[in-house]
Design a protein around this ligand. Structure first.
Ligand code: ZN
Length: 220
């Protein structure tokens, strides 16, 4: 079951953008093939590709729910609805590491979020990366939007080291944003080749194997 839409309420302010219906968007189709099709996601018929008509802030295609995947995070008893293929695998890998190293995800209420329906980022016209299933919010009650220093200094050091040396820039942390901190938030920040390279590096890592075992066929 999907978690209730707490995250959505924080961001939805303007009506969802007009999307093409009943036709295939060339942009969407091309992007789908570039970004998702080549990452091991499902192959789609042209009608299905019509669901992809624009991209989120990081350039990944916005997805309707049927094109997302529920990724299980083993041991944490949490799942995240994310993009198929490499981006979903990488963010699940991060969530598992976070659960085991920084803070447990499964304590208290379910306050961990991932995909949300197409909507702009609050106060702007850019589409949130949650809409492309390429962002997660972890322990949002402990790390509310706009608050800084919600993590211990040692945790911040570990997060920075992890992002730099393991994901190598493929994932960034909202806690590093100068304008408005979003310390619960991690998102894909690279294109297909870098994300695929990072995912391939971690495929056979211990946590990579556990994620793949918990999600059979998702990232073979
Ligand atoms: Zn977020």
């Amino acid at each position: 079951m999907d978690a209730p839409g707490g995250h959505q309420e924080r961001h939805i302010e303007t009506p969802r953008p007009q999307r093409q219906r009943g036709g295939v968007s060339c942009l969407g189709s091309a992007l789908w093939e570039m970004r998702v099709g080549a990452t091991g996601g499902p192959s789609l018929c042209p009608q299905e590709v019509a669901a992809v008509t624009h991209v989120s802030a990081n350039g990944w295609p916005v997805l309707e729910q049927p094109y997302t995947v529920l990724w299980q995070v083993p041991q944490a008893t949490r799942h995240f609805r994310l993009a198929p293929g490499a981006p979903g695998f990488l963010l699940s890998h991060l969530a598992l590491w976070f659960h085991e190293t920084i803070e447990p995800l499964d304590v208290g209420t379910w306050d961990d979020w991932a995909w949300s329906p197409p909507r702009p980022i609050r106060g702007g016209t850019t589409v949130s990366n949650h809409c492309s299933g390429t962002a997660v919010d972890l322990n949002s009650q402990l790390h509310p939007l706009g608050s800084r220093n919600t993590f211990r200094a040692e945790s911040v050091r570990l997060i920075h080291r992890r992002l730099a040396h393991v994901y190598r820039g493929a994932i960034v942390w909202g806690g590093d944003w100068a304008t408005r901190a979003d310390e619960m938030h991690f998102e894909i920040a690279a294109g297909r080749s870098s994300v695929m390279a990072a995912a391939n590096r971690l495929r056979l890592s211990p946590r990579g194997r556990r994620i793949r075992r918990a999600n059979p066929g998702r990232y073979p």
